[in-house]
Design a binder for this molecule. Structure first.
Ligand code: C5P
Length: 241
């Protein structure tokens, strides 16, 4: 049995540039998808309007802009995201514990004062595109795994709701006693599919067995000739739908 599986564990990465294409995917898939992830590409192309449009469709938004700046800047940007109606968003844990904690506290304060739901805050640890060699060039000379666990602990201490991590890191994070966090994992591919540019993939069922709460899936669904069918197949694989 999956450890933490949500009733609706699918997050769809809307990595497209055209608003119409994004909204078409939202309309087709909103029954199967818990959150639609707006990342750097779509947000830069379409701006805050895209968030309003997704919300008008009755769907939830996960804003994945991986904020990393001084505490005041990140805090104010997060408040604006909360005001837009975003329900989940990402920060870089390398921005530091003060940045994360201040964002958490200020979001809570503004959401209760202004009456909007406080978004869940997810911390990114080390990007999955960084390998041990690249870590060394950043001046970090201990093991990548150790660094991921250290950053996840710091995110938990700062009041983050969860972590974005590679499915390969889930076991390690659970063993490190970080159970209370939400684990959101990209890099999901079916056994038969290609990996695109993802380095270390897992199938949806494997990731859930390892303790993922939410699975972020993009191209296997968005670039399929039949996105609805692709989402249904994935959900059937994990015995949902
Ligand atoms: O198309 P694909 O399923 O690979 O999309 C995965 C999504 O998850 C993309 O939006 C990507 O930016 C995001 N992501 C990732 N690896 C991380 C963090 C985020 O693939 N470490």
């Amino acid at each position: 049995m999956p450890l933490n599986a949500q009733a609706k564990p699918l997050i769809l990465a809307l990595d497209v540039s055209a608003q119409e294409e994004a909204i078409d995917l939202v309309r087709k898939l909103k029954d199967q998808v818990a959150y639609f992830k707006v990342g750097l590409q779509l947000f830069t192309a379409a701006g805050p309007t895209i968030i309003k449009k997704i919300l008008q469709e009755g769907a939830e938004v996960f804003l994945d802009l991986k904020f990393h700046d001084i505490p005041n800047t990140v805090t104010q940007a997060a408040v604006e995201a909360g005001r837009l109606g975003v329900r989940m968003m990402t920060l870089h844990s390398l921005g530091g514990e003060v940045m994360m904690r201040q964002t958490r506290e200020t979001l809570q304060e503004y959401s209760s004062r202004e009456g909007w739901p406080c978004p869940k805050l997810l911390a990114v640890t080390i990007l999955t595109s960084i390998d041990p060699k690249a870590l060394l060039t950043l001046g970090i000379d201990h093991a990548l795994d150790q660094e991921v666990v250290q950053l996840a602990k710091s995110a938990q201490a700062a009041g983050m709701d969860g972590i974005v991590s590679s499915p390969r890191e889930l076991r390690l994070l659970r063993q490190a006693g970080l159970e209370g966090l939400l684990f959101v994992t990209p890099g999901i591919r079916s056994a038969e599919a290609g990996a695109d540019d993802q380095m270390r993939t897992m199938t949806a069922s494997e990731a859930l067995e390892e303790g993922a709460d939410y699975l972020v899936v993009g191209r296997p669904i968005t670039q399929s000739p039949d996105p609805v069918q692709a989402a249904q197949t994935l959900l059937r694989e994990i015995h949902i739908g």
